[in-house]
Design a protein around this ligand. Structure first.
Ligand code: XIL
Length: 373
């Protein structure tokens, strides 16, 4: 080929300023160390990038001291991974069990972590007793749950996923409301109802609408994006408070993805005046070859974050756990359901709590935003 070779300088020169630094996050620890990108913890890098970095966590924070230390060094925010779900808080009708959740939330606060509540209303993780009720009783349980849980944590929980996964797959009809008892009993209006009630019960908590799969550019992802934008409009039209939208960001590199379409979608949300949280970040590595799994995870993570963080309204990044050892993807039933054949390595630290190239790529992406702000 005629002309000058593609030196790194030439490539950098062709990239928009906001992304140029991303090429520095060579996903190999030695190279990353030479360039200095893996020097610091994620929480400090995030501050420089005008972001909060957090992670999901649970009982491992009490049982594994090394993990606890890692968590406190890296994260400024805790999302309880399971402790605040309906089936755990109200396993029997009318009987609430707050002890485990209180312990986790109070511990996090004494450690200076901010706590994000996940999740109030979700058509999943519901106890069997709910399915035996009439629609009217389900509606009553909906209100009663919010009335009991939101005030219980008021002042201790900074933000709530008020509704999780309103659309999800939609089966054969992507972008339609996710089925379940709340939808059955109350229709799609359950979403407005939950936000209205949560706002009354805790005026100071940030209220978040959390959704899966908007990162993908296939028919499912595009339909969910459209539905989510429409729902944000509906909530605002109804006059209820919506502070932020959470995008789960479980990345599936085997599925279509496009930076441009995704950032257009993020701008669409930002134009509606909400902030955006990448709320459950991790990378499925099942399709990557053994030889360079960690490197490819790092590349995917870095590219995704660089694109998303170019949108200023994104103010929080939460990874779904910090170390592969505790990733939900390693649950044997989850692995079986997704046909996974190797132990997944989706997070910034490994099962020995060693830093992976993904952590370096995340720091580099965040610093890139810091430099371009
Ligand atoms: C997952 C937890 O990580 C697992 O430990 C649990 O067994 C199932 O739920 N989207 C969500 C989270 O909103 O609540 C899910 O968390 C992961 C997918």
């Amino acid at each position: 080929m005629a002309g000058r070779p593609w030196t790194r300088r030439r490539i950098l020169g062709r990239l928009p300023a906001a992304c140029a630094a991303g090429l520095l996050d060579i996903p190999r620890s030695a190279a990353a160390r030479r360039s200095g990108v893996d020097a610091g913890p994620l929480r400090a890098a995030a501050v420089a990038g005008r972001l909060v970095f957090g992670a999901a966590g649970g009982s491992a924070l009490f049982g594994d001291e090394a993990y606890r230390d890692l968590f406190l060094a890296q994260a400024a925010l805790l999302t309880p991974e399971n402790a605040l779900k309906f089936d755990g808080l109200q396993p029997e009708r009318g009987r609430f069990f707050f002890a485990d959740a209180d312990r986790l939330v109070d511990w996090a606060r004494t450690q200076g972590l901010s706590v994000h509540g996940h999740t109030l209303i979700w058509n999943d993780r519901l106890p069997p007793w709910l399915s035996g009720l009439s629609r009217r009783e389900v509606a009553r349980s909906f209100d009663a749950y919010l009335d009991r849980v939101v005030p219980h944590f008021a002042g201790r929980i900074a933000s709530w996923d008020v509704v999780n996964e309103p659309f999800y797959l939609g089966g054969d009809h992507p972008g339609t409301y996710r089925p379940g008892p709340w939808l059955d009993a109350l229709g799609p209006g359950y979403v407005v109802r939950a936000f209205r009630r949560a706002a009354e019960l805790d005026p100071s908590a940030k209220l978040v609408l959390n959704e899966a799969w908007t990162e993908r550019a296939d028919a499912i992802g595009l339909a969910v994006r459209r539905s989510l934008l429409r729902l944000v409009d509906e909530l605002q039209h109804a006059g209820v408070r919506l502070d932020a939208v959470g995008l789960q960001s479980h990345l599936f590199p085997g599925i279509a993805y496009d930076d441009g379409g995704f950032t257009d979608f993020l701008h669409g949300l930002a134009e509606r005046g909400v902030t955006i949280r990448l709320s459950e970040f991790d990378v499925d590595d099942e399709s990557f070859p053994d030889a360079d799994r960690d490197g490819l995870v790092a590349r995917r993570a870095g590219a995704y974050l660089r694109a998303a963080l170019s949108v200023e309204a994104v103010d929080t990044v939460v990874s779904w756990g910090l170390a592969d050892r505790y990733s939900w993807w390693r649950d044997p039933s989850v692995m079986a359901a997704h046909g996974m054949t190797r132990l997944p390595r989706p997070l910034p630290f490994d099962e020995m709590l060693r830093r992976k190239p993904m952590a370096d790529a995340m720091v580099a992406a965040v610093r890139c935003r810091g430099r371009n702000g």
